[in-house]
Design a protein around this ligand. Sequence first.
Ligand SMILES: Cc1cc2nc3c(=O)[nH]c(=O)nc-3n(C[C@H](O)[C@H](O)[C@H](O)COP(=O)(O)O)c2cc1C
Length: 382
Amino acid sequence: MARLFNPIQVGAYTLSHRVVLAPMTRLRTIQPDDIPSPMMADFYGQRASAGGLEIVEAASVSVQARSYLGAASIYHDGQMEGWRAIAKAVHAKGGRVFLQLIHGGRQSHVEMTGGVDPVAPSVVPFDGVALTKDGFVPASPHRALGIEEIPAIVEDFRAAAQRAKEAGFDGVELHAANGYLVDQFIQDGTNQRTDAYGGPIENRVRFLRETLEALISVWGADRVGVRISPSGEWGGISDSDPEATFSYVARLLDSYEIAYLHVIEPRVKGDDTLHHDHPPVATKYLRKHFSGPIIAAGGFDRASAIATVESGDADLVAFGRHFSSNPDLPYRLQHDLPLTPYVRTAFWGGTEADYSDFLTHEETQALESTEENATADEAQNA
Ligand SMILES: Cc1cc2nc3c(=O)[nH]c(=O)nc-3n(C[C@H](O)[C@H](O)[C@H](O)COP(=O)(O)O)c2cc1C
C-alpha cells in the first residue's frame, strides 16, 4: 500500500494515515463577534477520520490581527463554546485537530482592526485586499510596529494558544505563510527594519522565534506546527533569496523539534492554481534542513500526493479544495474513488449549502440506489 495511507508519528501523536485537512478560512462565523458556528463543527466533524489530522482555519489572535469579516478569531470568552464544539466533533470520530493561529498584519482594514491602522514590520507599498461589510476592499494604509509593541503581540499568540488548549484542541499551528504578519517579518520585501527585528535573517526570524516560543510555552514543541510558503505571492510578499531564507527558517524550526513543518508548494496563489504541471520543489530543498515530519500542500491530487510521499520529499500531504467537497477524502483517495468537484463560489462565506452538505461516497451510493429503486418502482407501477 502507498505510504500515504500508512501510519506516522507527528509530534506527540500517532496518525493512522497522512491525508491532512489544510486550513481553510470559509467565513462562516457568527457575527458580530466571530463566534464559531454549529455548521463549522459539522464541517470539521464530517471531515474527521480515525487517526487523521485536521488543521482548522486561521483564527485571529486579537482584534488587531483580523483581516476578513466572517473569519475566525480566538481571543474572547464568547468564542470558546464554538471552538469546543469543533474539537469535540473531530474527537468523536477519533481524529486529531490543530488550530491555526494568525495575525494578518498589513493585510487588513480599519473596519476589521477596531478602527486602528493595520500594523506591519515596515511601511512598504501594498495593494492587497481585506474583507469588510462592503466586500473585498483595498487594505487600509498600514504603519510600522514600534519595537516596544511587539511583546504584546507575542502575548496575544500565547493567550490564543492557551485558549486553544482550553477548547480541547490537540495542538496549534503558527501561520507563518501567505504574507501575513509572521511572514512579513521573515521576508525582506516587507521587512525593512533596522532594529533587532530587521536586516539579516537572524533578526528577521526573531518575531517567528518569539511567537513560536510563546506557543511552545503552552503546548510543548511536540504539539506545535508551523506553516510557511517559501514561494508564496499572496499578500504582495517577496524575498530577495527565498531558498536561503527558508532553508534558514527550516533549520531554525528543526532545532525546536516541533511537531511538523507545513510547506505550501509553489503551485498555488491563495486559492488559485498557478502552474498546473509545476513539480513540487520547496520540500525538495527544505527536506535537507528539517528532520521532522513535513506536510506538503498546494495543488495535489491522488497521484502527486502518493508520489511526493514515496519520494520522501514530504511525509504527509494536506488537501484544501478537494477536502472541501469530499468529507471522506482519505477514504476516497485510499480506494481510488471519484472525487466530487469543489464549488468555488461557496469558498468565501455563505450557508451550509456547498459547505457542510457534501455527501460521502457511501452516502452518494446509498442515495443512488434508493433513487434507482424508486425509478424501478415507478416503472413497475406505470
Ligand atoms: C477557501 C480557502 C481558504 C483558505 N484559508 C486558508 C487559511 O485560513 N490558512 C492557510 O494557511 N491557508 C489557507 N488556504 C490555503 C489552503 O490551506 C491550501 O494551501 C490551498 O488551498 C492549496 O491547497 P489545495 O490545492 O489542496 O486546495 C485557503 C484556501 C482556500 C481555497
